[in-house]
Design a protein around this ligand. Structure first.
Ligand code: BG6
Length: 488
């Protein structure tokens, strides 16, 4: 029990969503088809099968089927939670909760339907203008993710996704349009969601289809290099066009613990941390490729091609703050037979000291405190927890109430861990609960894995009224915000 808030006065409490998972309206307002619109659901698969790495990869066959389908079909990202037509109501609910910031993504294909169009789609610009105005009406700050996995499909069919360096120019054209139109509307900019997804889920991260790549590792790292350059040039352009603007980088934070104190486990731990986390933030926040990657590239026969000037671009335009998503921790071990469980788009090693969510993600608030300390010690830049939350099955009672004590416990323990990190000396900007309103799960492509403190009446097939209801966690978070994170 704490008598005083352990959070700074101006701490930004908020919620986060992504366009592809919440908006719907995939064929409205001139939007083009994007890569997330093409991920089908497979209701016949078990939860275990849906969690497998294979299920999460795109194939050419599946992709072509999706391109041919012009209706919603069995593509849940085409309907999401229908925020496209419910945004006023949703933002009113955010305001009722007292939210200080809304993290949302702009759909690239709503602004440039094909990605390489000469001119932007005015209807798309107008839509986001209305969304931002609605936020401002209630004094809610805006944190924009410029690319949350959804790439216009034409950039894949025509250019092969991010392995093609031309993507940098298309992305910068899109960035310039956003800055020209929304300079006054956006408080924090995030060029790429979870940039390490390029490695752990290359379809989502860098728009690559595995069976089309001769040397997958080579394509993945070259594509990531193009994103790094695009990120740095976006920071440059943004700072030039909007002096004082704030740009962040983001990773899916994979916090690891060594399984034992055996040197073999400890070197595995070091490599896991370097290759899954530090590489990305060392480039974007630190400004250079770290030396430890040379060995990793050599072992995989990867040769990242740098154009003259690339090193300077990375060095000169690092980000202003570092953000990350945080859901679970995992074990690093040299033992290949170690028991496995699931994690965010990855298969993780099990930790016997932790309990797991219904989807097998190992709940660990202490790992959040550790991550915050490690990231701050390394970069000395302010941190933003851009995603954190619990995916669970919720039950609507006969009287319409939704009791979700499991979610409240999860949020409370993680918020407490952030307060500890702040007392450890970490500088934090804010915290946005992932899926503040129920939305389609990114990994398992279903509605029944719910994160929201606001319920959306829709099932996995998109059937339902899409009516919004407040869960118990809605009232709990409202109270948490009112008291600036101080718990009774
Ligand atoms: C993050 C993504 O990886 O995790 C979100 O940025 C995603 O898009 C979130 O929804 C939770 O993962 P999932 O698979 O439970 O939706």
């Amino acid at each position: 029990m704490y008598k005083m808030s352990r959070f700074p006065e101006n701490f930004l409490w908020g919620g986060a969503t992504a366009a592809s998972q919440v908006e719907g309206g995939f064929d409205q307002g001139g939007k083009g088809l994007d890569t997330q619109d093409c991920r089908p659901q497979f209701p016949e698969l078990t939860r275990e099968q849906k969690n497998s790495w294979e299920f999460k990869q795109m194939t050419t066959e599946r992709f072509n089927e999706a391109l041919a389908c012009k209706t919603k079909g069995n593509y849940p990202f085409r309907w999401g939670s229908e925020e496209y037509s419910h945004y006023e109501e949703d933002i009113r609910l955010f305001a009722e909760m007292g939210m200080k910031v809304y993290r949302l993504s702009i759909s690239w294909a709503r602004i440039y339907p094909n990605g390489d169009d000469e001119k932007p789609n005015q209807e798309g610009i107008d839509y986001y203008k209305r969304v931002f105005e609605e936020c401002h009406k209630y004094g809610i700050k805006v944190f924009v993710t410029m690319l949350h996995y959804a790439v216009p499909v034409h950039l894949v069919t025509e250019y092969g996704g991010w392995k093609n360096r031309k993507m940098i120019d298309f992305y910068l054209r899109y960035a310039k349009t956003l800055f020209e139109n929304f300079a006054e509307d956006v408080d924090y900019w995030l060029p790429f969601n979870e940039i390490n997804a390029g490695r752990f889920n290359p379809y989502n991260g860098v728009a690559l289809i595995k069976d089309q790549e001769e040397n997958f590792d080579q394509s993945v790292y070259q594509a990531l290099h193009h994103q790094f350059i695009a990120n740095a040039l976006t920071v440059k352009l943004g700072h030039e066009m909007m002096p004082g603007s704030k740009f962040g980088c983001m990773i899916a934070r994979f916090c690891h613990y060594g399984a034992t104190c055996s040197p073999q486990d400890q070197i595995t731990l070091l490599h896991d941390e370097q290759y899954t986390n530090w590489f990305y933030t060392d480039v974007l926040a630190g400004g250079a490729y770290p030396a430890y990657m040379n060995r990793h590239f050599k072992d995989r026969n990867v040769h990242v091609h740098f154009e003259p000037g690339d090193e300077e671009i990375l060095r000169c335009y690092p980000v202003d703050f570092v953000s990350f998503s945080y859901y679970f921790t995992q074990v690093s071990t040299a033992d290949q037979e170690w028991a496995k469980t699931n994690g965010n788009l990855v298969v993780a090693n099990k930790n016997p000291y932790l309990e797991s969510s219904e989807w097998g993600w190992q709940k660990d608030p202490m790992g959040l405190r550790i991550s915050l300390n490690q990231l701050y010690d390394r970069y000395h830049k302010p941190l933003f927890v851009a995603e954190n939350g619990l995916g669970a099955v919720d039950v609507v009672e006969e009287d319409g109430s939704i009791h979700d004590p499991y979610r409240i416990d999860y949020l409370r323990s993680h918020i407490d861990a952030m307060a500890d990190a702040i007392e450890d000396g970490v500088e934090m900007i804010g915290y946005t609960i992932w899926g503040i309103i129920d939305l389609v799960s990114c990994g398992s492509i279903e509605m029944s894995k719910r994160y929201g403190v606001i319920y959306v009446d829709a099932d996995d097939e998109g059937k339902g009224t899409f009516e919004r209801k407040k869960k118990d966690s809605f009232y709990w978070y409202k109270n948490c915000i009112e008291n600036n994170g101080k718990f009774e």
